[in-house]
Design a protein around this ligand. Structure first.
Ligand code: NDP
Length: 298
């Protein structure tokens, strides 16, 4: 079998178009422009690239983008002060604090300070808890962007996920745990694996759906994949090739897995573009909720 490629770049472009239409409708019908504030502390080059890309895509979708770039020595108190001002600002419907923060700032305290209604990254305890408790039906609170994007790709590729055996390799708050919760809501039977899991290859071989989110380059081998499985590779590892150029590698041995799987996301061009598109999606939904509207079908 040669796997079909799940084109996250194309899906994300379509999602951004639908978000743009939803933004235009909100402006025309309610006079409301959704606004996203992105906060970056420090001068990490990779984070700067992510923040620029987020703000550019926010504005392209017709939303207001507010950048707050603070020096690396910003105190936790000063950052909490900014979060308080953004919470109170009616033009801001979503707040994203770019992680990781410098070591002297406790990310947990910053995330906890964001108004859950504006927590478009879905990382606050309130929104993580809502996801655990959510029943069937539309999710009317922000869900972590990367797992939400993975779920969209899976549903687009497979239709119903009901009854599928799924494994999520990785148990982070950012990706693994919310991913597993989303799959349970879709009636999958879910295994959450991590660095202490015994017989990871054996567990992977049982899975109809495999989501890899470890950051360990190509650790998932081709012969770990169940024939006909659908593989979502979240992992991103930057490697320098012998010619000095940088290359991104996923958690899955793409060439070997492609010979066995039914469908697979590439790295890059799979999950990556979905994360920012889902951030825009979450921001327009947060703006709608701020005036009592139900979630739009986007
Ligand atoms: P974390 O480092 O927070 O979590 C990694 C998880 O992988 C942990 O639960 C860890 O287990 C598990 N793990 C590590 N080694 C192994 C192993 N050998 N076998 C099984 N499990 C293992 O990472 P994130 O969840 O934040 O990110 C994961 C990857 O996804 C990274 O490459 C990151 O860059 C990428 N990413 C991509 C995004 C995108 O937009 N495409 C967005 C967010 C992340 P344990 O808990 O036991 O330590």
């Amino acid at each position: 079998m040669t796997a079909s490629i799940i084109d996250g770049k194309a899906y994300a472009a379509g999602l951004r178009e639908r978000v743009t239409r939803a933004v235009a409708a909100l402006k025309a019908e309610r006079g409301l422009t959704p606004g996203l504030a992105v906060v970056l502390v420090g001068d990490d080059p990779a984070s700067q690239v992510y923040v620029r890309s987020k703000t550019k895509q926010t504005r392209e979708a017709g939303m207001a983008g507010f950048d707050h770039v603070l020096p690396a020595n910003t105190s936790e108190v000063a950052l909490l002060g900014l979060i308080g001002r953004l919470n109170a600002d009616p033009a801001v419907h979503g707040i994203l604090v770019q992680l990781p923060l410098p070591g002297h700032i406790a990310s947990s305290r910053i995330i906890a300070a964001i108004d859950p209604a504006k927590d478009v990254d879905g990382l606050s305890a309130t929104n993580a808890g809502r996801l655990v408790q959510a029943g069937a039906g539309p999710l009317d609170f922000p869900v972590a962007c990367t797992p939400l994007g993975c779920l969209m790709l899976l549903k687009d590729s497979l239709g119903s996920l009901s009854g599928a055996d799924a494994i999520v390799v990785g148990r982070s708050t950012l990706v693994g745990k919310p991913m597993a919760q989303l799959l349970v809501r879709e009636d999958c039977t879910v295994t959450i694996a991590h660095s202490r899991t015994r017989d990871l290859p054996g567990l992977c071989r049982r899975a109809d759906i495999l989501v890899a989110a470890t950051g360990r380059a190509e650790m998932i081998k081709g012969d770990w994949i169940k024939p006909g499985a659908t593989v979502i590779d979240v992992g991103i590892t930057r490697v320098t090739r012998p010619d000095g150029k940088q290359r991104l590698i996923g958690d899955v041995d793409f060439a070997a897995a492609s010979a066995v799987a039914r469908a697979i996301t590439p790295v890059p061009g799979g999950v990556g573009p979905m994360t920012v598109a889902c951030l825009l999606h979450n921001t327009v939904q947060a703006a709608r909720r701020s005036i009592g509207l139900p979630p739009a079908t986007i």
